[in-house]
Write a protein that binds this ligand. Structure first.
Ligand SMILES: Nc1ncnc2c1ncn2[C@@H]1O[C@H](COP(=O)(O)OP(=O)(O)OP(=O)(O)O)[C@@H](O)[C@H]1O
Length: 656
């Protein structure tokens, strides 16, 4: 039986035997928060809260001890005043209800208690303001301290840390921890205030009648339990939607950022991206609605049970009054105390749930600091000078997430005064090897040595001062043109040295066009800066490397964005720069490697060829020759020259 093939537009992926496109979603490897959230119970919250309060106070202690002490004193005082106020209530009510009509004497009798009550209320209000001010003073400081600790851990970690699966995501989560750390103390402060109020009211109730306290706990329990449950439902929902919320943020960025704005338009992508946005938004709404409904049901049941339990307390109170166990005045006090206890409990549960959530994010922060701390740069004490010989000895390096080494058993040498070019197809290991040579990575096996010193034993920061790198993707620092070249490092020779480096890189022409020369801020226009083109930025990046008094110069595709004139200038000047530097050049433009003293050809992490330009070109079955031919043989182009052709390497002959 034959079937008519479907037009391509009607072929479903399944019919084609393909899977559907992978859905874009934010993945947090090893995310344990959902699991942890499911484990939230009233008991686990009760256990965790004191730890978190302790943690907040400890962080506060680090930044401002006096403010922490003052905050605690204020809260204790506030609680004591609350108790006094409630006790005074009995003193006020008692004389006033002694008879049908209130006499002057009765008012006078109530006056001292009234004064205490008024004073307590006023003072508590003042203490409340003091507590809020203290926590407002502490909160940003705590957050900054947390951020500084995080930045310190992140910037002091080995570069290799970034290659661990999920490192960046854990950084994001930790960053969120810093964000919420600002709320930490406010939440703790509210919990302390609610606890002080609750304890004071409970003590007063206990003095009214011993039986009231257990009754109160009974009354408070249903609402408290329902509160914890509702908080858990909301927290789980917020975690479940967090990935989609991240997705929304990312889509928003892609839709409106200047970098992508032209492509969103030319690719007519806005409706497509908006539909993705709506889809993720609808998922969030669905989860949130379900959670809101469930939390409302739980709160309703809790509220009803709490109402019943309160009725039991009121019946008990009525029985106590009728049995003469407590006075009607004390009943008034009990009434107020019950209200305070209920409010206190609400505060503890509500802010407790928020503090619990903050605590989870803080765990991410603490975990990241531990993880980055585990990668802290700590190699050795030796402080190298600019290397004369940089050597790779049987070096193997594998990225943690990869299933095969990026660089495998590589040996090579580059000496001061030499240019060594690394050549090979995409993914062959050139960039990785250049990072190993410049001591940014340490090999898994074998050794990189600088003048016979293993890079594992050198002080990394001192070593990097001897390296100048132009990476494939270089930073466009939002700094002045001068700082973009000096990178804030001390310069000998002042602007003359800066301009000399700029001249060597062709960046002098860029600087000449800037509104204030070297002083011009090179940032986005909304930061008050002047913007450069891609090639102009690359010239600045080259000037940066040429300006650095480094013994090892690593250039990774240094002219990819340059026009032919600028590129020519770089390569004609490179030999002069190499006179007192060891130069490693990574490039796909094989015409440019003609200036190198030696060319090392990599394939799947292995060195497969090593020699001069002419030697490699003469190897007819070698990869270098094949790549050279492919690069030079294009339809309509002049045929590739042969190895013996004098015009083969014009730069080489011109430069040598
Ligand atoms: N951070 C990383 N984590 C995991 N694997 C990586 C990482 N960086 C590179 N790799 C892998 O290591 C191998 C070598 O990459 P490298 O960037 O060194 O190649 P390259 O020769 O410089 O490539 P290109 O010519 O495309 O710049 C590739 O297979 C690449 O997928």
């Amino acid at each position: 039986m034959t079937t008519t093939p479907k037009p391509a537009s009607q072929v479903t992926p399944a019919a084609e035997g393909q899977s559907a496109d992978e859905e874009l979603r934010f993945v947090i490897p090893g995310d344990r928060r959902i699991e942890a959230a499911n484990a939230i119970t009233s008991r686990s919250m009760a256990r965790r809260l004191p730890q978190l309060i302790g943690r907040a106070l400890a962080l506060g202690w680090q930044v401002d001890r006096a403010a922490v002490i003052a905050l605690l004193v204020v809260q204790v005082l506030s609680g004591v005043l609350e108790a006094f106020g409630l006790m005074a209530t009995t003193g006020v009510i008692k004389p006033l209800i002694a008879s049908q009509q209130i006499s002057r004497e009765q008012v006078l009798e109530a006056a001292p208690s009234l004064a205490v009550l008024t004073g307590a209320i006023g003072l508590r209000a003042l203490l409340g303001i003091a507590a809020t001010s203290l926590s407002s003073r502490l909160a940003p400081r705590i957050s900054r301290e947390a951020e500084l600790e995080l930045l310190d851990a992140a910037t002091q970690a080995e570069l290799a840390a970034y290659d661990n699966p999920g490192y960046n995501d854990r950084w994001d989560a930790a960053d969120r921890g810093v964000e919420v750390s600002r709320d930490l103390l406010t939440e703790v402060q509210y919990i302390l205030a609610a606890s002080a109020s609750l304890i004071a009211s409970a003590c007063v109730l206990a003095t009214v009648h011993a039986a009231l306290l257990p009754l109160l706990i009974l009354a408070a329990l249903p609402k408290g339990l329902a509160g914890v449950r509702a908080a858990r439902i909301n927290y789980i929902a917020s975690l479940a939607t967090s990935k989609d919320r991240r997705l929304l943020g990312m889509l928003r960025w892609y839709m409106v950022d200047k970098q992508t704005a032209d492509q969103v338009r030319s690719g007519t992508m806005a409706p497509f991206l908006l539909s993705k946005y709506r889809k993720a938004g609808a998922r969030i709404d669905k989860t949130t609605d379900q959670a809101t409904w469930r939390a409302a049901r739980v709160s309703l049941v809790g509220g009803a049970a709490g109402g019943l339990a309160h009725a039991v307390v009121w019946v008990a109170l009525a029985l106590l009054v009728s049995a003469g166990q407590i006075t009607v005045a004390a009943l008034g006090t009990a009434f107020l105390a019950l209200g305070r206890v209920s409010a206190g409990l609400d505060g503890i549960v509500g802010y407790g749930a928020r503090l619990f959530r903050t605590g989870m994010y803080l765990d991410d922060w603490a975990d990241f600091i531990d993880e980055a701390g585990g990668h802290r740069i700590n190699r050795g004490p030796k402080k190298p000078t600019g290397p004369v010989v940089v050597r790779a000895e049987n070096v193997t390096f594998q990225y943690p997430s990869a299933d095969h080494p990026a660089v495998s058993n590589v040996s090579l040498e580059v000496r001061r005064g030499e240019v060594v070019a690394l050549v090979g197809e995409n993914g062959s290991g050139k960039t990785t090897l250049s990072k190993l040579l410049s001591a940014l990575y340490l090999p898994d096996h074998g050794a990189i040595t600088w003048d016979d010193i293993d890079t594992r034993e050198v002080d990394a920061h001192a070593a990097w001062q001897q390296v100048a790198v132009v990476p494939q993707s270089y930073a466009n620092w939002p700094l002045s043109a001068r700082e973009n070249i000096t990178l804030g490092q001390p310069t000998h020779g002042g602007d003359a040295t800066v301009l000399a480096a700029a001249h060597a890189a062709g960046a002098d022409e860029v600087i000449d066009q800037l509104r204030s020369g070297l002083d011009t801020l090179l940032a986005k226009e909304w930061w008050g800066g002047q913007e450069l083109s891609g090639g102009q930025w690359q010239r600045i990046a080259l000037a940066r490397a040429f300006h650095r008094p480094a013994g090892l110069l690593v250039l990774d595709e240094p002219t990819a964005a340059l026009d032919p004139r600028a590129e020519h200038r770089i390569f004609t000047g490179l030999r002069r720069l190499a006179a007192d530097r060891a130069v490693v050049l990574v490039t796909h433009r094989l015409t440019n490697v003609a200036i190198a003293d030696r060319i090392v050809v990599l394939n799947k992490g292995h060195v497969i060829q090593d020699g001069t330009f002419d030697e490699l070109l003469a190897q007819h079955d070698g990869l270098f020759r094949e790549l050279w031919t492919l690069q030079n043989e294009r339809p309509g182009r002049i045929p590739a020259p042969t190895a013996s052709d004098e015009t083969l390497s014009p730069d080489r002959h011109a430069l040598s």
